[in-house]
Structure formats: structure tokens, C-alpha cells
Design a protein around this ligand. Structure first.
Ligand SMILES: [Zn+2]
Length: 380
């Protein structure tokens, strides 16, 4: 029997209409567990990542042994959480196109991935098709720092290669994604009364502004970007602000450039603080800077001859399709899995305009992707 479009659509709508903002994935996790428990009662376990992430659910893992235990195990990944505004989603269907009614995201990012994996397993079971060992990893908090994937115990997986369903265009795969650093710069000046004795203060907001003014941000080169995304500073208009906190990020496909660009920002900030001169000679101290860098996620780079790419290409060619390889500027769970040494590519599901209230998806694209997943599973 072919893929059941009606059933795929119903599960997709049900998933979208079940709230699952980051940190509150338990309800949708229960729904997924219930669906699979009819088909494969022993396949499920939940990890203990909730205690690390702070979510009300752990990551869900389903393990299917298959009828060809000698085949190379693979895993599939999708994330359960959605971005805001994502509460109370009502799905609107016009012919084959699904969207929200307009006041929320649809949540096809990434519930299309989950619905597709459910339908692929149902179709395979109905047809009694032979497949090898496979694991599904449904993560929490992907949209919030990839926290679920970061807290996942990857050693519990049998598979060494995987496919994340978390991208727009069908029959495309992502083979390259950047690494990212996050930085926090705390400019410390001196507080003083803004009207009585401003000359005793050091304005940390102005200092931070000077430090940032000549920085090159945005697109740095073909494979690198940077951004300053958050600034907090000051307490009231009548106080010279003592503290200003600047948060930003740098991304690059090259680790060497990532390190260099991050260092350039740090040096520019330090220089602004070090070269500060007291305009009146009455300040009672000097400014200082605390600059900290943390790694958000590692880069991913898959070679054309890697086993995971060969597997998806063979599965596609069995369907008479070609797979296009692309690079992305975004980071996702797949970066984390690749960082664990698990070669993981990202497959498009058809989701469009994600992270906006105009998000939509065409059922035909979900069917197309389900065929591909089914083919990956049954192509040894
Ligand atoms: Zn996503």
C-alpha cells in the first residue's frame, strides 16, 4: 500500500494543534508516544535530559529493530518544540496547503518531520517491508540553544549516521553548516548623579557605543557572519550608567575564521576601554571590560562520499530522483549530532516561511519526503 495521505495530514494537523513551545513539549511528546504505542509498544524510551534542560519532557527515543538486523543502523531526528507565537495553533487547510489561521506559526517546523516519520513507519509496517535497525530521536528545546540535543546521551544510540528532517525544500540536503560562538561583553563604568556630579562618572553606554561603532558586523565574508543582538544598560535617566551588557554571536564554516573574527571583536572592545580618556579629569576610577565567549555549536561538513550521503542518494535514485546538496548559515540539532561524531545530514520536508505567522506547507511535499524516508529505510 502506498503512503496514506489522509492519515499523514490528520497526524500533522493534530501535532500542530498540540502546543509545544520550547521547555513545554510534554503534551506533544505524549501524543507521539500514544501513536507509536499502538504500532510498536516496546520501541520507546525517554531520556533524563529534562533535569538538564529544564523542559517538562526529556528527548523521546524510539528503537525499531527491523527484520534485517544485519543492516547498518540509522537514526532520524526531528525536534518537538516550536517558536513563538506558537500557542493555540489552529490549522487552516486550503486544498493541499496547510497554514495557521494567521496569528501563530504553523509549527510545520518541525512537526512535518515528526508526521513524516510516523507515516513512513506506518506504511512500512502495513506493507510488511524489510528494513534494518532504526532509531528516532525527537528532541526538546531545539529552538532554544539546541538544549535537548546537547543534553542527549549519544552513546545510547546504536546508529552512527542519521538524518534530521528540519529544512525547507524537498529533495535537498544540507551537508555544510557553520560553527557559532556566542559572546557577552560587560562594560563597567562608574555611576554618578547625572545632574549633580556627572564628571565623577563613566558612562558605560557611551563606552559600549564607541566600542561597537566601527565594528564590521553582519556578513563578514562568504562563509562568516556576526551579529550584536542584545544590549542592556543603565538604570534611570538621572544616573550615569555603570553597567552595559552587550550580547552577540559569530558564525563561520571555518573554525580558524571563527576564532579570528571573535578575537577581533574582543580586541576592539578592549581597545575602546583601554584608550578611554577622562574628559574632565574628575572621574574617580577607570572603566573595565569582562568579555566571555562560549561555543554555541560546532560546524558540520559532510563529504560527498560519506556513508550517510551515499545512503540518501541511493534511496533517492531508487525513486528516480536527484538530491541537491546545499550549505546553510543556520545551526540546528544536526550540528550537535555531527559534533558527537554521528554523521548527520538535514533533509527538507517542504516547510516554508518558518518562524513567521505566514508559515505553510504543501501536503504533496510531505508525501514526497515520506517516500524518500521510506526508501532510505528499505534501501540497505
Ligand atoms: Zn526546525
Amino acid at each position: 500500500m502506498a503512503i496514506n495521505e489522509k492519515r499523514l495530514a490528520e497526524v500533522f494537523v493534530q501535532l500542530c494543534e498540540t502546543d509545544s513551545p520550547s521547555f513545554k513539549e510534554a503534551e506533544v511528546a505524549d501524543l507521539i508516544k500514544n501513536i507509536f504505542s499502538e504500532l510498536y509498544p516496546d520501541a520507546f524510551y525517554e531520556d533524563d535530559s529534562a533535569s538538564t534542560t529544564g523542559s517538562d519532557s526529556g528527548n523521546l527515543i524510539f528503537r525499531f529493530n527491523g527484520s534485517n538486523p544485519g543492516a547498518e543502523p540509522v537514526f532520524f531526528n526531528a525536534h518537538m518544540d516550536t517558536v513563538t507565537p506558537g500557542m493555540g495553533v489552529k490549522v487552516k487547510r486550503q486544498d493541499r496547503i496547510f497554514s495557521s489561521v494567521g496569528d501563530t506559526v504553523l509549527g510545520g517546523d518541525d512537526k512535518s518531520g515528526i508526521a513524516i516519520l510516523i507515516e513512513a513507519m506506518r506504511a512500512i509496517k502495513e506493507d510488511n517491508l524489510t528494513h534494518g535497525p532504526v532509531e528516532f530521536v525527537f528532541t526538546t528545546c531545539e529552538e532554544n540553544g539546541l538544549l535537548g540535543a546537547k543534553a542527549f546521551d549519544h552513546k545510547s544510540l546504536r546508529a552512527k549516521m542519521g538524518f534530521a528532517l528540519d529544512m525547507d525544500v524537498t529533495d535537498q540536503i544540507i551537508t555544510k553548516a557553520p560553527a557559532a560562538n556566542r559572546f557577552i561583553a560587560e562594560f563597567k563604568g562608574l555611576s554618578a548623579h547625572a545632574g549633580l556630579n556627572p564628571e565623577q562618572g563613566i558612562n558605560s553606554i557611551q563606552l559600549a557605543a564607541k566600542a561597537m561603532a566601527d565594528l564590521k558586523i553582519g556578513r563578514l565574508d562568504a562563509e562568516s557572519t556576526s551579529n550584536i543582538g542584545v544590549i542592556h544598560g543603565g538604570a534611570a535617566t538621572n544616573i550615569v550608567p555603570e553597567l552595559t551588557r552587550v550580547e552577540g554571536e559569530v558564525r563561520s564554516h571555518s573554525e580558524e575564521k571563527l576564532a579570528r573574527y571573535t578575537q577581533t571583536i574582543e580586541e576592539a572592545f578592549h581597545q575602546a576601554v583601554d584608550t578611554w580618556t577622562d574628559p574632565t579629569g574628575h572621574a574617580t576610577g577607570k572603566p573595565s571590560l569582562k568579555f566571555s565567549v562560549s561555543r554555541e555549536y560546532p560546524a558540520m561538513k559532510l563529504h560527498n562520499n560519506s556513508a550517510v550521503i551515499k545512503r540518501v542518494e541511493k534511496a533517492a535514485s531508487n525513486l528516480g530522483r536527484n538530491i541537491t546538496h546545499i550549505a546553510t548559515g543556520g545551526g540546528s540539532d544536526a550540528n550537535i549530532f555531527n559534533g558527537y561524531g554521528l554523521e548527520t545530514t538535514i533533509i527538507g520536508t517542504g516547510m516554508q516561511k518558518v518562524h513567521t505567522t505566514e508559515e505553510y506547507i504543501d501536503l504533496a511535499d510531505m508525501v514526497r519526503t515520506t517516500e524518500l524516508i521510506k526508501s532510505i529505510l528499505t534501501t540497505a
